[in-house]
Design a protein around this ligand. Sequence first.
Ligand code: NAG
Ligand code: ZN
Length: 424
Amino acid sequence: MSRLLLVSLLAVAAAAPSSVSPQNEALFTEEIPEPQYLFENHNPDVTDSGLELFESDMVLTEEQKLDRKAAPNLWPGGQVKYAITSTSVPDRAAIEAALNHWRQHTCVTFTEVSASFAGEPHLRFSKQSGCWSYVGRTGWTSGQDVSIGTGCTGLGTIAHEVGHALGFNHEQSRPDRNNYVTILTGNIQDGRSGNFAIASNANNYSVPYDYTSVMHYGSTYFTKNGQPTIQVNQLQYSGLIGSRTGLSHRDKQLANAMYSCAASCSSPPACQNGGYVSKACSCVCPPGTSGSRCQTVTAPYYGSICGNQAITSAGTVSSINWPSIYPRNQNCFWIVTAPAGRRVRITFNTAKVLYRYSDGNCYWDWINLYTNSDNSADVNACGSELQGKTYTTTGNRLALEMHTYAGGSYPSLQTGFTASVSFV
Ligand SMILES: *[C@@H]1O[C@H](CO)[C@@H](O)[C@H](O)[C@H]1NC(C)=O
Ligand SMILES: [Zn+2]
């Protein structure tokens, strides 16, 4: 069972174990409460509005429809006027929070005008069906709508729609997206595959692809069966897409480049390693770097993923802290790559994590194995189910994912796994 399927099944089953008590309470120093699930907003972009929506929350002007290669029009000088029309007045605080977020991290200015304003292009926030926006500045002097419908008032969601209005496409529409994600067309709702099209017009302004972009779809957007529609090619980063917490570093970097925010700096610093020059003329450094020019790299952009994703020799693979208790609230990956033409064989000498619940699910801890070359887990185990087991991959890659429960106290019995890995 794939991890993603598992997540959705868990979500469905969330109500089932209403008072989960461990089968052997003596093993636990405290009762394990009902698991907490990550509920994904599966269709944040869906709308039934009469407007024809491209990629579900983007509206293209007739001109843009005719020529998707045309770059989106930007707002001259990064100056954007906006009106909060009557239906959006109750959401004013949420809209202002998202605009402040853009103001804080870019040189784009947002100036409020009245709802009756006309004569110059501007944004008109309103509560219509769904969350959607035009891409870039349409140029209409009567203004262009941005719909903040029901369920759309999260900071990241409004920031996403404002991003479209500023000229952002979806991250997974980038021309280079196939290097980073795989679109699983067979799982997409009928008639919705256009949502996953590539925007060949997109200028990347030399900003790399970003799984954490607020403009990236989540893994199950527009799924017809609960299975992923987007798979991350680098398995260990699967959990990063669909973030709606706010602008990522590279979102800010891209906006600063699009709107030439450093243009007024007399001697802008030469930022390194993905840093960019802010409107304040200093380097803003990406996660994992520091120094006035971001010259010191301490961690990868996405942070260090626990485990080891670069194993290329035979040997032993063990969970964190083995043979002591593994840390809780982790999602670790071990990725073993055999020389071309050979396969990876793994034998679990010890495997002990929290058990499978009586409804058949691994709610607290689990170990997933990816023994095929695709990025769907084909073994989902918990308890001591893997103890003594051997698996051989079909290709030259084996991935092992270990998820550990965030809460509760572990008994000392739960020490994780140790396994021998060889190439055959
Ligand atoms: C930006 O796009 C160009 C042209 O498609 C490509 O060669 C380049 O690698 C891209 N840059 C980054 C940082 O992804
Ligand atoms: Zn969108």
